[in-house]
Design a protein around this ligand. Structure first.
Ligand SMILES: [Zn+2]
Length: 469
């Protein structure tokens, strides 16, 4: 029940009831309704978020460029498995309206919340609107990559934005990706931070098509040097000119195996002082029904956050295997008797990781690459030229169907990447592109879709094929 009962205003109640009615109408009219209830409720009462958020026992927020949805959903799953009722904006609507919508749906008409904990995925450009209305107990920062150029023109802007916001959140414990110098730059001035990172034996396999952002030292401006890269600019870096370097991770992943399952050893370090090595470490083997090296970071971040919140390692290990990824995050289907994987793509670094993972499969593959240029995708599709499509000039790729509003741009990009023209089909419409895929006699199908088409593909694949639960 609302703690600040005395201060609750008529506007709060009108906003809550308006938001709940909007959510009901969205359901009746089969509108996705992940943001609209929040939009209308905030119009009635702009302070609604701070009142709703203040009532939760604990709030965890996840921000950064890639991996937010997977990390937040996985963390919510781990918390629920440990017996804590947890609400989260699980469909990835991560601007202020999406955050408010998720909380409104968690509240009853009587003004009571159903969950103890809220896990909120927050768009890296929206941190200024969500915080400090929401004062998270724990904030996870995943990574910073260039994303949707026209929406947030400058990577530095988002990093500085977070830095400024953190000054207003002195009580918040940070959980930072130690391997990303940009994340460490954003959070290193904060008094309470712990770090997660991936051990050195995982070498970056491909060098040519990698995008390495911001390799300058935040303290002195010198170029950072690296002992190794994991992917993008993530790795073990140090400044040759001053003391800035990758912090020693409190949560470390090692011995990674990426075959049918993703498996690694999680070390939870106990150490005497910061920058000391782990004097002792608890270890646990984690295994998840996911693929792709980039998902090691997501699982590691979720496991580290869950550990910080008191979930036992046993619960983490056993409930990880039951986790099913969200729409378009390696969602699995059977279509025409063949395995078909659906992945969301939104920036060059993410796309490169998806391509590397799918190319490691042994069989022949047919792909759909669907790119839209609506507001949710980012209007500017020039990032396609920064992604490593050259990898697709590979004998195991049988056919690529280019789809979406920018199907033609994808086709041109593939041609310049060296993919033979007889392996490229242009089919802008969603359903015919899936049918085009079904005509290919390949061992496996992959669909890579930008934000506004990924739900459509997910829905159609459930109808035309079947989902693998
Ligand atoms: Zn330096």
């Amino acid at each position: 029940m609302l703690r600040s009962q005395g201060q609750t205003t008529v506007r709060f109640w009108i906003a809550l009831l308006t938001g709940k009615s909007a959510a009901l109408l969205c359901r009746l009219f089969r509108h996705s309704g992940t943001s609209l209830p929040g939009v209308v409720a905030l119009k009635v009462y702009p302070q609604l978020l701070s009142v709703l958020a203040a009532d939760y026992e604990r709030i965890v927020a996840v921000t950064g460029t890639n991996g937010k949805t997977t990390t937040a959903n996985l963390l919510a799953h781990l918390l629920r498995s440990s017996g804590s009722s947890t609400v989260n904006n699980h469909e990835g609507a991560n601007m202020i309206s999406g955050v408010v919508t998720a909380l409104i749906k968690d509240w009853t008409m009587l003004g009571e919340r159903r969950s103890q904990i809220a896990v909120l995925e927050v768009d890296e450009g929206s941190v200024g609107k969500v915080f400090p209305s929401v004062k998270p107990d724990l904030l996870v920062v995943t990574n910073y990559f260039r994303d949707q150029l026209d929406r947030y023109s400058d990577l530095d802007h988002n990093i500085n934005l977070l830095r400024r916001i953190l000054d207003e959140l002195p009580q918040t414990l940070l959980l930072l990706n130690a391997d990303d110098p940009l994340v460490v730059t954003a959070g290193c001035d904060h008094s309470v931070a712990s770090y997660y990172g991936v051990a050195s034996e995982q070498k970056d396999q491909t060098g040519d098509c990698e995008i390495r952002e911001g390799s300058l030292c935040p303290d002195c401006g010198a170029f950072l040097a690296y002992n190794y890269y994991n992917y993008g600019q993530l790795g073990a870096y140090y400044c040759p000119n001053c003391t800035f370097r990758r912090p020693v991770p409190d949560f470390l992943a090692s011995e990674i195996q990426d075959d049918d399952y993703l498996e690694f050893i999680l070390h939870v370090c106990q150490r005497k002082g910061r920058n000391e090595n782990c004097s002792t470490a608890d270890t646990v083997r984690l295994r998840a029904q996911m693929r792709g090296f980039y998902n090691v970071y997501n699982i590691l971040a979720a496991a580290a956050a869950a550990t910080t919140l008191g979930v036992s390692q046993q619960t983490i290990a056993s409930s990880l295997m039951e986790y099913a990824p969200a729409a378009g995050r390696m969602e699995k289907f059977i279509y025409k008797g063949r395995p078909c994987t659906l992945n969301l793509i939104k920036n060059p670094t993410g796309l490169n990781e998806v391509l590397k993972t799918l190319l490691r499969g042994k069989g022949e593959k047919a792909l759909v690459i669907a790119i839209n240029d609506l507001a949710g995708d980012g209007r500017d599709v020039s990032w396609l030229w920064d992604a490593g499509f050259e990898m697709l000039d590979n004998p195991s790729i049988k056919m690529i169907v280019c789809s979406g509003r920018r199907a033609g741009d994808v086709g041109v990009r593939l041609k310049y990447a060296g993919v033979p023209p007889n392996k490229i089909i242009i089919e802008p419409e969603c359903k015919p592109s899936i049918e085009g895929l079904g005509e290919q006699d390949a061992g496996e199908y992959h669909i890579l879709a930008s934000y506004t088409s990924v739900f459509n593909y997910s829905k159609l694949l459930r109808k035309m094929g079947k989902a693998v639960e």
